[in-house]
Design a protein around this ligand. Structure first.
Ligand code: ZN
Ligand code: ZN
Length: 374
């Protein structure tokens, strides 16, 4: 079938994207779902920093690629062998498919699925196939999703069936921002009620983590960012303290305000500087978590002596150490009960043709979560 979608021709196109338009809205050919695959009518797809990192080349991927990895939609058609989903089922797309058989999958860590990661790197579905083409030449899938399009063919193992009660535009947020941010707090850091927490980097994922810290019952929630408007939003969402990372005394200020640092510091900015700051505001015996994705060459110099003498823990968190089929329904229940108001992260709704303008706003730091609504 013919569908309209946003195709990235090549990485590293110079901003402003309003002028250079790195994503072209084109009609592409979508093949029918193969064995174990599903055709999904996309309802909404979020603009995430990880899309931006492909556009600007920080996260190199094969091109041409149809972008978009945070989305929700409705099952339109199932391929051979898919017997647990049917036409009309609402679903959230998850950006690492889990094969169910590799060692991480067998250990209950599907976010680390090895064939899933290999397919994502190659720009294919879990089957190794590409179902998108233009004039007969294949286009790569983005993280098994390619959701900036009216329809997507994805692996069954990239989907979680959800409660039909939830509006699909809000459901889209659960595929990346919520899964990654809330998961970093509750799964990776395992923040306990009454603990002290800091969130460094207040994009969509960082602010979702902040809401997760509120839901987890953290007693003190320190928000750190370079932008004053993001700090103000963090305060409205439940941060107890806000600090500007640009202030020369930022680390000392946080340590003084929290009696020597926080028990859990989580970094979402994807920069070495932000991670160093997160490490320095973690207290003795505390845990520093990083979920920000820096460019592949970035390296972190750690003062090893306090790793030892202060029994520090440093942890990476990918998609919030999630088990999607367990976590997405849980977070949605919290959302419906008003305990995780992630709809407050949405700063705009766009049509597909406005997507370059949306990415320019994200690049400039003028947006938290924007949704393309179909
Ligand atoms: Zn994302
Ligand atoms: Zn696996």
């Amino acid at each position: 079938m013919k569908v309209r979608g946003a195709v990235l021709e090549r990485m590293g196109v110079e901003p402003p994207y309003t002028v250079t338009q790195p994503l072209k809205i084109e009609e592409v050919e979508l093949a029918p779902p193969g064995p174990g695959e599903v055709l999904v009518r996309i309802a909404a797809a979020g603009l995430c920093h990880s899309d931006l990192s492909v556009i600007n080349g920080d996260r190199p991927r094969p091109t041409p690629m149809l972008l978009g990895h945070e989305a929700a939609g409705v099952v339109e058609e199932t391929g051979p062998g898919v017997d647990d989903l049917k036409r009309g089922d609402p679903v959230v797309l998850v950006f690492v498919p889990s094969c169910g058989h590799c060692l991480p999958c067998a250990e209950g860590r599907p976010a680390l699925c090895e064939p899933g990661a290999a397919a994502n790197t190659a720009g294919t579905l879990l089957s190794g196939e590409r179902r998108i083409a233009r004039n007969g030449s294949p286009i790569h899938h983005h993280l098994g999703c390619s959701a900036f399009a009216e329809y997507a063919v994805v692996s069954r193992r990239s989907l979680v069936k959800i409660d039909p009660e939830l509006p699909l535009d809000e459901a889209a947020l659960f595929g990346c921002a919520v899964l990654t941010g809330v998961g970093a707090v509750v799964n990776t850091a395992k923040v306990s009620a009454g603990a002290t927490v800091a969130v460094v980097g207040l994009g969509g994922v960082g602010l979702a983590a902040l809401l997760g810290a509120v839901a987890a019952g953290a007693s003190r929630i320190v928000a750190v960012d370079l932008a004053e408007d993001k700090l103000a939003l963090a305060a409205r969402l439940g941060a107890t303290d806000t600090f500007n990372a640009g202030a020369p005394e930022c680390v000392e200020q946080v340590r003084a305000a929290t009696g020597g640092g926080v028990e859990y510091a989580l970094e979402f900015a994807g920069s070495v500087r932000a991670m160093e700051l997160a490490y320095r505001i973690t207290r003795r015996g505390g845990t520093t978590v990083t979920a920000g994705l820096p460019p592949p060459t970035a390296a972190l110099p750690l003062p090893l002596v306090n790793l030892v003498a202060e029994e520090r823990t440093v942890k990476g968190s990918y998609i919030g150490t999630c088990v999607p089929a367990r976590d997405i329904p849980r977070y949605m229940t919290l959302y419906r009960r008003g305990r995780l108001p992630v709809n407050r992260l949405v700063t705009g709704r766009l049509v597909l043709d406005e997507i370059n303008e949306g990415f320019e706003r994200l690049r400039e730091g003028k947006a938290v979560r924007q949704l393309v609504v179909f």
